[in-house]
Design a protein. Sequence first.
Length: 125
Amino acid sequence: MNTKEIAVEYRLTHWAGIMREREESGLSIKQFCKNAGFHENRYFYWQKKLREVACKELGNVQGNATGLIPAGFAEVKQSMQESSPPLAVTFQSQVCVESAGVRIIAGGEYPADKLAVLIREVRPC
């Protein structure tokens, strides 16, 4: 990494912190920038730069995914092992299945027994 790249990385980190501060302050961008002593155009410039870097990084992560399963998804296989029966409750137009801290809500017409099988296989992150 050369000095130019290091400087850009430093500025991006600095502005990410400023944007986090603005978000936590609850102020509008205009008011926050006025209080901080810089023009809001500068804020928007760095916001755009941070978004570009974030999109590029997201593309790199997704580009490294293998197979047909998108990043962030996992294959769920049904096992024959019986565990504690999940709680299944039917609401007006929804089915809510909950077990071991995992809840799946689906349309009321979706078979609750299939949801029960699915939820037994899902492990909380």
